[in-house]
Design a protein around this ligand. Structure first.
Ligand code: BEZ
Ligand code: MG
Length: 478
């Protein structure tokens, strides 16, 4: 009962979005009050309230279109950093020489400790997904976590500019150096070249430090890879992987979105072929699929941060594309053993580390199945239905990549959006294509054995899908 109570509180307190932002449309009084409520107590809320009342965005857009000056502002998250208001300015993101900041380093170390505490036993190697936008929103929080796990810190020159990484002595670190297989989004690689090289330097320095192997898993793994592959330590210590220059994403989302995969290991193939470009200290990528394979085989858990309330792991297809993709690749490299997957939720308080299974359950309850959330989307008509359908597809993406979606999720999504006749009619009226795709996706989840609906549910789902199909054919004939 105690843990049920905690779950209820967590679900009730989860932050969710309220429909979409429409450029030029002012916030309602209640929406503005709710947003002010979430801002830190240290914020100037009177000023924030004033700035949120205006609509600066259309005037700014018109000024930009007439080639006039737009005042600059660092990018950031409205709730965490209300000092970025008013919106409608020219976002210059961050100072690349000062990331990660001292605060991010302190917070990153705490997050890394939280992850280690959540793991069943001390991991020897962690697969960490790094996104560009998340690091911008947090001044380098996830980068700082990678450094903390390896036992490293950024080095700054006499002008205070980032110029590399140094190791924290083992005595100060107080635990072994954890190996970290870092996979960068293409956006991270493009935006943060200094940080990419710094992370590569941290891995190299750890791999070549004269330290006991029981206290330095990076070195233990790198020595083994050098020996087994006949490569030098420069190569054996490469841990920063991304796409080829100019390429983005792992294509796992495309394969899931178009149902164009057979066995789930095909998703691991796509991931590895796209993300096997190693970025070393020079910043120049070299494709090395064999090394990525070696490193994946030693990974004990996969992990990514969730930095903003705007998105959850089921709202866009990029989370399962990156974190799901690598989790599947790890699973395959380890001969099919389940990979534990964790989410570091940074959106409330000091942050919480959850299993992916718990994160999906929480988002399903607080977002997908929550009338407050889906009615907010349905206010926008056809696009709202498309977003609900996207949640269903992204959920299937997690099943395909990690198998960590509980069957009740599909059952309740089916009951709420397809089997309920009034809701089905409403969604079909607003967006017949997306409604049909949703029903087909739920059937696909059953075909792929991600859930096992009883015969009545399956028949009802099939009937609803057939009915929608007929309707779409009718529309096409007209
Ligand atoms: C990024 O900021 O790195 C990112 C954003 C959206 C999707 C994928 C990556
Ligand atoms: Mg943080």
């Amino acid at each position: 009962l105690g843990s049920l109570w905690v779950k209820l509180l967590e679900t009730e307190g989860a932050l969710i979005t309220d429909g979409f932002h429409v450029v030029g449309r002012k916030m309602s009084d209640s929406a503005r009050a709710a947003m002010l409520d979430l801002m830190p107590d240290s914020a100037d809320k009177v000023l924030a309230d004033q700035l949120l009342r205006d609509d600066p965005e259309i005037p700014a857009l018109l000024r930009a279109l007439s080639g006039r000056f737009i005042s600059p502002v660092p990018g950031g998250d409205l709730i965490r950093a209300p000092e970025i208001l008013p919106t409608g300015r020219n976002i210059h993101a961050f100072d690349p020489f000062r990331m990660p900041t001292a605060f991010a380093m302190q917070d990153g170390a705490a997050q890394a400790d939280r992850l280690l505490a959540a793991a069943e036993r001390l991991p020897r190697s962690v697969a960490l997904v790094l996104w560009g936008s998340d690091n911008i929103k947090s001044d380098g929080g996830p980068i700082a976590q990678a450094l903390a796990l390896m036992g490293a810190r950024p080095r700054f020159d006499h002008y205070g500019r980032l110029c590399g990484a140094d190791l924290i002595p083992l005595a100060e670190l107080g635990r072994p150096r954890i190996d970290v297989v870092m996979t960068l989004s293409g956006i991270f690689r493009d935006l943060l070249p200094l940080q990419t090289r710094m992370l590569a330097e941290a891995a190299f320095k750890a791999a070549t430090a004269e330290e006991p192997l029981a206290q330095n898993f990076i070195r233990a793994h790198a020595l083994a890879y050098a020996e087994e592959m006949g490569v030098d330590m420069d190569t054996a210590s490469l841990r920063v992987f991304s796409n080829a220059e100019g390429a983005y994403g792992s294509n796992v989302n495309v394969l899931v979105g178009s149902s164009a995969f057979g066995a789930e290991d095909e998703l691991a193939d796509a991931y590895e072929s796209r993300k096997s470009f190693a970025y070393g200290r020079s910043g120049k990528p070299v494709q090395n699929g064999a090394l990525l394979q070696k490193a994946l085989k030693d990974v004990d858990l996969a992990y990514q941060n969730l930095e903003s309330v705007e998105l959850g792991v089921t709202s866009v297809d990029h989370y399962f594309d990156t974190l799901g993709g690598i989790a599947r690749a790890v699973k395959r490299a380890r001969g099919g053993a389940e990979t534990p997957v964790f989410i570091g939720d940074q959106t409330r308080g000091a942050g919480t580390v959850r299993t992916l299974r718990d994160q999906i359950a929480l988002e399903t309850r607080s977002r997908s199945l929550n009338p407050k959330f889906y009615e907010g989307l349905l206010r926008h008509g056809a696009e709202g239905v498309r977003q609900i359908e996207a949640h269903v597809t992204n959920t299937l993406g997690w099943s395909a990549t990690t198998a960590q979606v509980d069957p009740w999720v599909y059952q309740r999504l089916s009951e709420t959006f397809v089997l309920d006749e009034a809701m089905r009619k409403r969604l079909t009226g607003l967006n017949p294509e997306a409604s049909n795709r949703m029903a087909q996706r739920l059937l696909e989840a059953s075909d792929r054995n991600y859930w096992q609906p009883d015969a009545d549910t399956l028949a009802a789902l099939q009937r609803a899908a057939d009915e929608m199909e007929d309707r779409l054919e009718g529309i096409a004939a007209e």
